[in-house]
Structures are given as C-alpha cells and as structure tokens.
Design a protein around this ligand. Structure first.
Ligand code: GAL
Length: 659
C-alpha cells in the first residue's frame, strides 16, 4: 500500500483558493509557512470551475495553485473534485438528481445534488477523475488523492427510479432468485410476496411500517453504493498513480449511512472529519470515540484527521466558539488516538456562501487573533511531535461496533423507540473513557485474540460466525460484557427462536422470556445500587450467576446483571454512574488497567507505541485544575524532563517514556 510521502505529522486543511483573488494566494502561502502548514486539500468543490461545460476542462488556475504551493514547500492532498456536480449536469440530465423518501426531488443550489446510483453521474465522475489524475500525476506537490468528500453526507439514500433499478440489481446479486429474497424478507407477511423483480421498490413512503428486511437491505445497498463510488475513482487513480495513496474523509463516530469498516478497508490511508457537538459538555469524549472508531476503520493503523474546526462551525443551532486552548486539546487528542496529523476545514474563512460563519485557520478578523495564535502554536506542537508518526495506539479493550446491527436495531416496530444503538454504544465508550481505559471500536469480524475485555453494546443483529468468535474469545479468557437486546436476530432480521438473546444464550447461560421496556422517563433500581432506564426484561439465569437483580419495576426481583465465567450480561440500559461502576468492575476482573491509574476525572491519557517499542504517553487535561501524575518522562512539547509530571489546567503533555 502506498504511504503518505510527508515528513513528520500533517498540518493544514482544506484550501479553497478559487474563492479568493490571486493576491490573496500569495498572502496565503506566506501565512502557511509562518504557521508551519505542511499539507492542504485542494479542489474539493471545484468541479464547476474545472469543467465549465460537459467535456470542456479548464485547469489553468489549478496548475498555478499547485505550482505556488510546491514552490513554498507545501504538499497537496488533491481532490478528485467530484464531491458536488456543477449545475449544468442537472440541467442536461435531470435524472441525475436525488429523490428523497417522500418522493421530493433535491435540486441543485446547495451541494451534492446527485443520485449515487446514477450511471450518468458515474460516467461524468470517472471522466473528471481521469482528467485530474492525468494532468497532475507527476506534479511534485501531489502526495495524496482525496476522493470526493464525505461520501453520502447529504445524498446517501436516493429513492428515484434509477436507484430502484440499482437496488434490484444489488438484490439479485445478494439473493440470486426471488424465492430466496421472499424468504429473507418474510414476504408471506402482509401479502408482500414478489413474483417479478420489477415489483420491488426502495422502501418509499408507505401506509404503515415498511418491511424491515427491505429497509435493512436498503441501508446495506445504499452503503455499498458509496463504497462502489469510492472504488470507481480509486481504481482510476491507482492505475494512473500507483504510488500515491488514496483516501476519502469519513464522518465518525456517528455517520450511520455508510459502513465505515467496509469503506475503510478500501483506502490506502483512512481519514476522518470530526466536529464537536458544541453544546455537549462531554464533547471531547465524542471526539475520542470518533478517533477510536476511525482507528478501527484503519485496522489499528495510524490514520489522518482530515477536518475539524479551529473554533465554531456554522451548522448547529448555536455555534459555540472554542475556549482558549480547546483547539490544541482537540487536535492533540486526535493525534493521541492515532491520527498522524491534524487538518482543518478550512484554511481561510469564506466571505460568501453558506459557510461564511464557519471558523478557519485564518479568521475574517485576520492574524491578530486568538485563533491564529493557537494555529501557529499547534503548528509548532505538531513539529515537536514528529517522531511519533507511525506509532500505534495501545489497547487491551474492544467495543464491538457494527453498522448492520445499528441499521437493524434502530428500525421501527420494535419493543421501544427509546433504545437507540448509537446511545448505547456511546454510553459504554464514555464509561471506558471515564475509567481511563482506551478502547478500540472494531467490527464483529475483527481478530479478538489480543483483547482482555470486549464490550458488546446492543448487537441486536449478529451472524453465527461473529457469535462463535465472541464465544471463542470468552473461552480463551477474555471478559465479554454484552448489553440488552443483543443476539436477537440473524442477518435477515429474523428472530432467533427459543428465548432471547438467541445467539448468546449459551455463552451467557441465560434465557430471556419477555421484554419489559420502560415508560418514558421511568427508571428501575438495581440491587448493586445502579439505576436502569429504557429497558428491562424477564431473565432466567439458568446457567449463570446473578450479580444484581431488579429491585422494582415490571420485573422486580428478576436478574438484571448475570455472569457465567467471563461472560457478563446486562439486561437493562444503565444510567452513567452505574454503567461506570460496572465497566470498572468488569475491567478489574479482566485485569485491564487504566492507562494511567488514578487520573483525576476529566483528564485523558492515551499511549502510542513505536515499532521500536518506545512509548508516547499523551495526557490531556480537560479540567480547570492542575493534575499531578504518578508517571514521568521527556515531554516532547516543551523539551523538558518531567519526573513525576504535572499537567496544568487545560494543558497537554506528551511524554516519551524511558524503558
Ligand atoms: C464537512 C465538510 C466540509 C465543510 C465542513 C463544515 O462536513 O466536509 O466541506 O462543509 O463540514 O463543518
């Protein structure tokens, strides 16, 4: 796999010079040098300029941009420019426009107004990639290809007739014959049997609940269409420039439409965009989850933070600006969790357009600003960390994460609308974060042999092979904690009979007779002091020990937490304090320790380790109080030996550990 040819860690962001006069370009490169920018992404939304009419290409301005960047020692992550088609495409080929679930056409005038299954779009897309790659293959500034942008961001699901045809083709590939499809979709129900492929549609607006397996397959198909779009571009790029790595930017942790593991496996270098949920006081934990999941999509290898923001964004209801020091903590937290650099959207804040109030490296107010000073400081921080490039994050804990489980668990017509896959997954990640334990988010197909602790949040849908792998891991001594509404259905969303949690009954030694979801806002008390919400169920601990019971609620007196050897089962959704207690308890039983034991709450520690065995301990203090550590080493950021180390309020240290 080709590697990114860049010294040290990447620093920079999306550069959109087409929005500015040429005099500004000269100032841009001077400022980039001042800040230590090493890599910029160029041309992401340039299609309408590069191909002003069908088949007529104009590259002159982009040639000049790349030459200027190269002359200033700045490398380029060159976009294929296919993210957003120009208005002429929709005018000439209106059938390329996407149609939503309710049958409404999404028109040009924003971005990404195309049907992901359109063969017309695909032809124009690939033609543009051929042109861009052909023209810049040998340009010395080029170090990486940036396919499209956030594939599926606004148009992942299209319900038009072209998509319907593509969906049918995908279903033929998956099922071969209509009988198999009818079986898988359980179409004997509600008179849904199909006798001709042409009768099958995407799950458009229906009088009541659409067929769940049809819905699930449409999620799968739509995700595969995005992966196919990536591949179509990547294959052209690989043919023309086999030595240049190809990426596309994901949107983890919580982008549901595209399977991050599936698309990650197709990339040479996995990259991600992460934006804080501004009003969430724990948004640095969501950041950590995004980074941990991106690392999972990269198979544990280093990845690249393609976008985050220097301060506020423009698309949330209230776009809260970052506090002093927050930019630095955010960027270095991504680096701690495996990113070999920190890039932003965008270099210079736009004057016009929908993103003019989005922060940038160069704000509207210029360089005499908090943001610019922090940008320059980050540039020197990243330069000081150059030796950590290529090192890998250490973890003994996995969270099993799965897009098919997510898509299916969240479908309608379930026991409760309140059990949301992403909430449960976030909950266990947050509990591990608070316990100071680094977790890898990995797919059920991952090699689990290196993990001592495996947490399985609401794996509603699970294939037999994955359930067997998990059982084997427990057999080999790993502690496995499975949470409620797991193992319920097979890959077709058909219930596993004989008692829940079907696929995990033997592993856990329990049999669940009936679900007792809770009323909105209702809570239940557990005998170990924890509080449950959303869910309870009638559990028979036939071959398991009962570790805690429900004290009240619909199944008062029944088991709430069970254990069979190293396999634990939680039959509710715990509120945070109880969940933290449980995770800490299972971690202790598994022999998993915090990265730095005894860290105060709100202080984050993660270790990367180089191929030479050298450990790099990142400690990020998200609190307003100094934190004293029981560890020490050489702080790469200040060049000072700290033994033991203190991390000042809001500060970050990165210790090269000896021995
Ligand atoms: C990303 C996108 C960028 C920009 C940014 C704003 O989703 O890739 O182009 O729109 O959001 O936060």
């Amino acid at each position: 796999m080709p590697a990114l040819r860049l010294d040290g860690l990447a620093f920079g962001g999306d550069y959109n010079p087409e929005q500015w006069p040429r005099e500004t370009w000269t100032e841009d490169v001077a400022l980039m040098r001042e800040a230590g920018v090493s890599l910029v992404s160029v041309g992401i939304f340039s299609w309408a300029l590069l191909e002003p009419s069908e088949g007529r290409y104009e590259f002159g301005w982009l040639d000049d941009v790349l030459d200027l960047l190269h002359a200033n020692g700045i490398a380029v992550d060159l976009a294929t420019a296919t993210a957003s088609p120009p208005p002429w495409l929709a005018r000439a080929h209106p059938e390329t426009l996407p149609v939503d679930h309710d049958g409404r056409t999404l028109w040009p005038g924003a971005r990404q107004a195309y049907c992901p299954s359109s063969p017309v779009f695909r032809a124009r897309q690939v033609a543009l990639v051929e042109q861009v790659a052909g023209r810049y293959a040998r340009h010395p500034a080029l170090v990486m290809w940036h396919v499209s942008n956030e594939l599926g961001c606004h148009n992942a699901h299209c319900y038009c007739d072209v998509s319907a045809e593509a969906f049918r083709r995908w279903l033929r590939d998956r099922y071969g014959g209509l009988d198999t499809l009818n079986q898988a979709w359980a179409t004997s129900f509600w008179s849904q049997r199909y006798h001709d492929w042409a009768e099958i549609l995407p799950p458009r607006l229906t009088p009541t609940f659409a067929n769940p397996t049809q819905q699930l397959d449409f999620w799968r198909f739509s995700s595969d269409e995005q992966v196919a779009s990536f591949r179509a571009e990547r294959d052209v790029l690989r043919r023309i420039t086999p030595d240049i790595p190809v990426t596309t930017n994901l949107m983890l942790p919580m982008f549901k439409p595209v399977d991050g593991f599936a698309i990650g496996a197709e990339m040479d270098l996995v990259s991600n965009d992460h934006y804080l949920r501004a009003e969430d006081p724990d948004n640095h934990i969501d950041l950590a989850m995004g980074a941990d999941l991106t690392r999972g999509a990269a198979g544990g290898a280093p990845w690249l933070l393609m976008e985050h923001s220097t301060s506020a964004v423009n698309w949330q209801p209230r776009n809260i600006a970052k506090q002093p020091g927050q930019l630095r903590r955010n960027s270095l937290a991504h680096v701690a969790r495996g990113s070999d650099g920190a890039l932003f959207f965008q270099w210079r804040a736009s004057r016009g357009g929908a993103e003019k109030f989005h922060s940038a490296l160069v704000p509207h107010a210029g360089t005499d600003t908090k943001v610019w000073r922090e940008v320059c400081r980050l540039g020197s921080d990243l330069a000081a960390l150059r030796e950590i490039r290529g090192s890998r994050v250490e973890s003994q804990t996995a969270i099993l994460f799965d897009w098919s489980a997510w898509w299916s668990a969240d479908l309608d017509a379930h026991p409760t609308a309140d059990l949301r896959y992403a909430d449960v997954a976030r909950g266990v990640h947050r509990a591990l974060w608070r316990a100071g334990i680094t977790a890898d988010l990995v797919p059920p197909t991952a090699d689990l042999s290196g993990y001592r602790l495996i947490v399985v949040p609401t794996l509603y849908l699970v294939e037999d092979a994955a359930a067997e792998r998990l059982a084997a891991a427990a057999e080999n001594g790993a502690h496995v904690l499975i949470t409620a509404f797991s193992g319920i259905v097979d890959e077709h969303d058909h219930v596993r009979l004989g008692g829940y949690p079907g696929a995990f009954r033997d592993l856990l030694g329990v049999r669940v007779e009936e679900f007792f979801p809770l009323r909105a806002g209702e809570t239940v008390r557990l005998s170990d002091g924890a509080t449950g919400r959303v869910w309870s169920e009638l559990v028979h601990a036939d071959a398991a020990d009962v570790e805690a019971t429900f004290l009240d609620g619909p199944v008062g007196g029944g088991p709430a937490l069970t254990r069979r050897g190293t396999a634990w089962y939680l039959a509710t959704v715990l509120e945070d304090p109880g969940l933290h207690g449980l995770v800490a308890r299972v971690a202790t039983a598994a022999g998993v320790q915090a990265v730095v034991p005894g860290l105060p709450p709100g202080v984050e520690a993660v270790r990367r380790r180089g191929a030479d065995g050298v450990g790099y301990l990142f400690v990020i203090n998200h609190t307003g109080t100094d934190a004293a550590l029981a560890v020490g080493g050489h702080d790469l950021l200040t060049g000072v030996d700290r033994q033991p180390a203190t991390v000042a309020a809001g500060d970050v240290i990165v210790l090269r550990e000896s021995g």
